[in-house]
Design a protein around this ligand. Structure first.
Ligand code: GDP
Length: 300
């Protein structure tokens, strides 16, 4: 996995730098606070977390009076960390249960990076010495299964796929069975991200989960969210969170955006921790999400 800090620093995240500059001004009048609010909103922090941050920062700046650059940095660091909530449990559950592999279900809208994240996660787990089986349960697009197959070959994981247009649940079932047969540690199931109707999605994902649970336990439901799609992407992600019990978020394409504030809003909106971040298209461009490292990268 890549180093989160180095990669984010390269993406020149506007959030931390912009805020540091503004908070370091001698006079913090209403115009400056408006600008601070704008930076937060532009970085996708979300309206309500932005309000609470601005309020907190205003109070604390008043207490401080004159500010050294170090004090401003420390203040902002603490505030960002509070908003990101460093105490959320971000453990990715991939420990097998005796003879049965752990199962990770990957869900989210098409194009967010589900297949890529599945491949990268497999790579990381295999790097840790685990045996991984992949399930291509997006049977609606032949290209999706082909793409996963390529990832499987690339990282050294078996890929179970079904006929095009076949039942996604049956692929999930077969992948779980293959995982048990081959004594794999982890089975990762890549699902379809069609946002047809909410009940359609609920039925589909519900069935996928139920059939896996005939043979094993679903330990993680990872919701993949594209950081570059902002609040719009978040509304779509919310639909997934409403139909299936999401246990963690994989936030992709953080390398290509200055909108790191989405970490704050997505956790606040969905009540689920960001566990992984995608930082590029390569096999090693995935990192566990570490709030402290993230905030330090933002502040440069
Ligand atoms: P899916 O439809 O949800 O399975 O999405 P894909 O895995 O096919 O990804 C869609 C596109 O986003 C592909 O071109 C990926 O290479 C790209 N992608 C996925 N994750 C990342 C990431 O973390 N950073 C960047 N820059 N691109 C990514």
């Amino acid at each position: 996995m890549v180093r989160l800090r180095a990669r984010l620093a390269r993406s020149q995240n506007a959030l931390g730098r912009g805020l540091l500059d503004l908070l370091s001004r001698d006079r913090l009048d209403d115009d400056v606070w408006d600008e601070i609010e704008e930076v937060l909103i532009t970085a996708d922090v979300g309206v309500s977390p932005t309000r609470s941050m601005v309020e907190d920062l205003r109070t604390q700046v008043k207490v401080l009076g004159s500010r050294t650059p170090e004090e401003v940095r420390a203040l902002l660091r603490k505030e960002l960390l509070t908003q990101i909530n460093p105490d959320m449990d971000r453990t990715l559950h991939t420990t097998p249960h005796g003879e049965r592999p752990a199962v990770v279900l990957v869900v989210g809208v098409n194009g967010t990076g589900k297949t890529t994240t599945t491949g990268k996660l497999a790579r990381a787990l295999i790097g840790d010495g685990k045996k991984v089986v992949l399930g291509a349960a997006d049977t609606f697009r032949a290209a999706a299964a082909d793409q996963l197959q390529t990832w499987g070959e690339r990282v050294g994981a078996d890929v179970v796929r079904g006929p095009e247009g076949g039942d996604p649940a049956s692929v999930a079932f077969d992948a779980t069975a293959r995982g048990i047969e081959e004594k794999a540690d982890v089975v990762i199931v890549d699902t379809a991200g069609r946002l047809h109707t909410k009940t359609g999605l609920m039925d589909e994902l519900g069935k996928v989960k139920r059939v896996i649970e005939k043979k094993a336990t679903v330990d993680e439901v990872l919701l993949v969210l594209d950081a570059t799609t902002g609040q719009n992407g978040m509304r779509q992600a919310q639909v997934f969170a409403e139909v299936v019990d999401v246990t963690g978020i994989a936030l992709t394409k953080l390398d290509g955006t200055a909108k790191g504030g989405i970490v704050i809003s997505v956790q606040r909106e969905l009540g689920v921790p960001v566990k992984l971040v995608g930082l590029g298209e390569g096999p090693d461009d995935l990192a566990p999400f570490d709030p402290e490292v993230f905030v330090d990268a933002l502040l440069g």
